[in-house]
Write a protein of this length. Structure first.
Length: 297
């Protein structure tokens, strides 16, 4: 079966799906709004939702038991956050010398199989990667995307932000690490990446993918170089970019920003039709190159 892409869906359906994914519309809202477009396409609204939803197994690039990596789950104390953090720690199996570390921050569904796969990919790029699960304090990623989104809305975001600060500090002191920490995040995780850049003066590099921008008043605190990825058809996130860009330039911060043409929010996530293979490959190459430049040596 040919894999569907964003071009197979009406733009209004994609907007409805984005609203649904980010808690701005309920499942019923999506199904009601998508009904007329489903009828035109000869499918049901439920069928559209299923087609747009993640297919983790089909997209997996690195298996959990791949001999080239070492993967485990670790728990660390987070006294300023939710008390404890649990995350997925992955390193190259045959690491030589101390390696740079990368904090991986998930979307608004917690540590799902896609983010675990991203973490393993980074290990194959010769980094030690750690992906915490913000939902751990509520029982962890539940194995269901709808339930995960519902749980996410119950998080105390102030405490959760502190959990990610603690996770970055954990990586900085990690045996086997070279003391340099980068962060990459997607959607919600992109916002956390921008936030961490304002909180951590020793952060080596931050790479937000289509995430909420840092508060303008906090931009002056940023020390890390930023690599910022945007989807061209992402009105919700892009609306704040002009103000953020002006603040970064005015404060003399080091940053690179790229807007990928004809792409949707989530274009790097290869588990859904919003994935754009060409844009994702370029963005990932830029990300790895950026980390290599700023975290090694």
């Amino acid at each position: 079966m040919t894999r569907k892409t964003a071009d197979d869906f009406h733009p209004e359906v994609l907007k409805l799906f984005d609203q649904y994914v980010h808690g701005q519309a309920s499942r019923r809202d999506f199904l009601t709004g998508a009904a007329k477009y489903a009828a035109l396409a000869g499918v049901t609204a439920t069928g559209l939702l299923t087609a747009l939803s993640p297919q983790f197994a089909e997209a997996q690039q690195v298996k959990p038991d791949d001999a080239r990596i070492k993967a485990t789950y670790v728990e660390i104390d987070s006294p300023n956050g939710n008390g404890k953090i649990r995350g997925y720690l992955v390193s190259p199996a045959n690491a030589k010398g101390k390696l740079p570390t990368v904090l991986v921050v998930h979307e608004n569904r917690g540590l799902n199989p896609h983010i675990e796969d991203i973490t393993r990919r980074l290990a194959l790029d010769n980094f030690i990667a750690f992906a915490p699960d913000a939902l751990f304090t509520l029982g962890g990623y539940p194995g269901d995307e709808d339930k995960a989104r519902e749980l996410f809305q119950k998080l105390d975001q102030t405490k959760t932000q502190e959990d990610f600060v603690t996770a970055a500090e954990y990586l900085q002191k990690l045996p086997g690490g070279n003391g340099k920490v980068g962060v990459v995040g997607f959607c919600y995780g992109g916002g956390i990446s921008n936030f961490l850049a304002t909180r951590l003066p020793d952060l080596g590099a931050a790479v937000p993918f289509y995430g909420r921008h840092a508060e303008t008043a906090a931009v002056a605190k940023i020390k890390a170089p930023l690599l910022i990825h945007f989807a061209s058809e992402d009105e919700r996130i892009n609306a704040g970019w002009s103000e953020y860009e002006i603040a970064l330039k005015s404060a003399g911060k080091k940053f690179e920003a790229y807007i990928y043409p004809n792409t949707q929010h989530g274009f790097n996530n290869d588990t859904t039709p919003r994935f754009d293979e060409k844009a994702a490959a370029l963005a990932w190459k830029r990300t790895v190159d950026f980390f290599n430049k700023h975290l090694r040596g």
